[in-house]
Design a protein around this ligand. Sequence first.
Ligand SMILES: [Zn+2]
Ligand SMILES: [Zn+2]
Length: 421
Amino acid sequence: MVQYTRPKGTQDILPEDQPYWEHLIAVVSEIACNYGFERIDVPIFEMTELFTRGLGEATDAVEKEMYAFKDKGGRDIALRPEFTAGVIRAYIENGLQVWPKPVKLYSTGPAFRYEEPQAGRYRQLHQFNAEILGIDSPLADLEVMSLAWDIFEALGLENLSFQINSTGCPQCRPSYVETLQAHYHVHHDVICQDCQRRLVQNPLRLLDCKRDQCQPVIATAPRIIEMLCEGCAEHFAELREYLDALSKPYTLNHRLVRGLDYYTKTVFEVWAEGIGAQAAVCGGGRYDGLVALLGGPPTPAVGFAAGIERVVMVMQDQATEVPSPPYPPIYLAFLGAASRLYAVQLLTDIRQAGLAAQISMGGSLRSQLRHADRRDAKLTIIIGEDELDRGEVTLRNMVSGEQTMVPVARVVSTLKTALQT
Ligand SMILES: [Zn+2]
Ligand SMILES: [Zn+2]
């Protein structure tokens, strides 16, 4: 026999894990709504070109990791590696640019990256995501940062802090990049091979390198915030003023940059006590150039994305309490064919009365009661043929084991009363 297994890098989210996922998504929706964000859902696949254009050919997410294929109509299609490009496409296509500003959107769902699976990293991953479109004030940056913060806090994540930086703009960044390249040319012999490639293709990513040999070069590298133009410097100073006023802890992280032209000004991460060391649970920033790049009117925008798997892992590791949906309190057991027909009718009456109930699918009374017990039933109705002939059923309290006879006409009202006490 063939044994089917799930594709590499995917996961089954079993019933026992669902309460974490449901709670997380409920918290995201609730807080996003409280902040005035509206939900948007876009397709999980788009024309490949949207991502190659929107994310850039030279990023790993596009170059190496994208699930891209031709559909039966010969179109180039890709599973989304992230949300923002699709959301911006929808913003332009549906005319959201004429809405009063700001337009505040959030979404949750799967994204896909063909990368080597490792702990907490999947090829089908899940994210929540938020953006504010149409506002260039740092107030919008603060709003998305606060939203992310409040969500993590509500989920019980501990020791939260921001890492922030500015990645400049198309006016001030090029001269920073030149200075950075000049610094790296001096140290060309000691840096790793990846960095030698980055130096030419995507110099800002040099600051991301994790290799030991590159750390001293990063530590002495020029800092972009010392080379910002006036507009970028003012924007960053104002954002820091807000964070100071709100006493939200933040660290200036000079290594936090984005490699693509449409990213501008603020870059941030939220760090939390994770499994082991403090680590990023969310990344975001401003991308004032993206809407225009994808064919819309020039529109400032800021947002973030967070990986759900990682947050769920931290929640489970911390044994965060999450509400789990209750099993139906009422269980119907029956013995014999005549009882079964009555049980089906009674089940309908009970459900129409607004009570949650499930029915046994047969078996011995003993096995039915065992099932009722495993499913956490509070009350079991036992329908036997002799009792039914007398117009009665047995009501068993599953906690005390006490049994009473109830006339069939009063079953629903008796259950209602019993569940209220
Ligand atoms: Zn600038
Ligand atoms: Zn390196």
